[in-house]
Design a protein around this ligand. Structure first.
Ligand SMILES: C[S@@+](CC[C@H](N)C(=O)[O-])C[C@H]1O[C@@H](n2cnc3c(N)ncnc32)[C@H](O)[C@@H]1O
Length: 267
């Protein structure tokens, strides 16, 4: 059995979209097969069918952990030019904005938010506050995030002035300034088990639920993400993703190309 056939057999019953897994996942599966002393993909597929615990472990085994600072730069331009100033003007006199990143990887996405806030929003709205929470299931990703050390390639979309101001070049990479690191609260979290924090103004859920999950599991996760937003709060997806027509009654598109949705469920 080749890897694609294994994915086609093992993924759909577990609510996973087999087409989205790449070479990195193949390596993980092969090392698991080796660990278990099995003969190949076909035997492993049988093993999964016979072992519910192994089946539950499959999403972790296939997990893709790739991210970049300011991934899809147009989104960040729009956040600075439109979304954040409007939200700050509406709310921040009474409370800090609540921003949540689900599947934060090594911190690239929540730190992009912190950098934008520090550089672009704080100078214009000096009294405004923000609380950034970043969740991921993967402990080693969270450790790397807290450490704040990055290779150049993950910073290729970062604006040069931010890079110069907030990163210290080191031998093989760049270290993020403590002031920015302190702005993000990282937490280990399993989206398939744990309850999301509520009353969020903006939730980022990019290249996780709406890429790797499908069917009922994806619909249930969309509902739980909608519940984590306050009325009028915004959900941000990746530009190659979409929420699907079934959930547009809860989360209405407000920007088609940037994939931003508004929680209208209780508004
Ligand atoms: C492809 S990365 C996306 C990173 C970032 N959001 C971006 O778009 O650049 C997906 C992340 O989701 C995390 N993840 C996967 N399953 C998860 C789960 N059940 N609960 C929380 N995080 C999960 C992975 O560990 C990984 O860091």
């Amino acid at each position: 059995m080749i890897f694609d056939e294994f994915l086609k057999r093992a993924c759909p019953p577990r609510g996973l979209d087999w087409r989205k897994y790449r070479r990195a996942s193949r390596r993980n599966v092969l090392s698991r097969i080796y660990q278990l002393g099995l003969g190949g993909f076909s035997e492993y597929a049988d093993y999964i069918d016979a072992n519910p615990l192994e089946a539950a472990f499959l999403p972790n085994l296939l997990r893709v952990t790739v991210s970049r600072f300011f991934r899809e730069t147009k989104l960040w331009d729009h956040l600075v030019a439109d979304i954040l100033p409007a939200m700050v003007a509406e709310h921040s006199a009474s409370r800090p904005l609540q921003v949540l990143h689900i599947g934060c990887c090594n911190g690239e996405e929540p730190y992009s938010m912190a950098l934008l806030w520090k550089n672009e929003i704080e100078p214009v709205f000096p009294g405004a506050g923000i609380s950034i929470t970043a969740l991921d299931i993967d402990r080693s990703c969270l450790d790397r995030a807290r450490e704040g050390w990055y290779q150049r390639k993950t910073l290729r979309e970062a604006p040069g002035d931010l890079l110069r101001k907030w990163f210290k070049p080191e031998e093989d990479g760049y270290r993020l300034h403590d002031e920015i690191r302190r702005m993000v609260n990282f937490r280990q979290f399993d989206l398939l088990k744990d309850d999301l924090p509520r009353e969020q103004d903006i939730v980022f859920c990019r290249y996780l639920v709406f890429t790797y999950f499908q069917g009922r599991r994806r619909r249930e996760l969309a509902e739980s993400i909608a519940r984590s937003l306050r009325p009028g709060g915004l959900l941000v997806l990746g530009q190659k993703e979409s929420i699907g027509p079934q959930k547009e009654d809860l989360l209405t598109p407000v920007h088609q190309t940037l994939k931003i949705y508004c929680n209208v469920s209780q508004a």
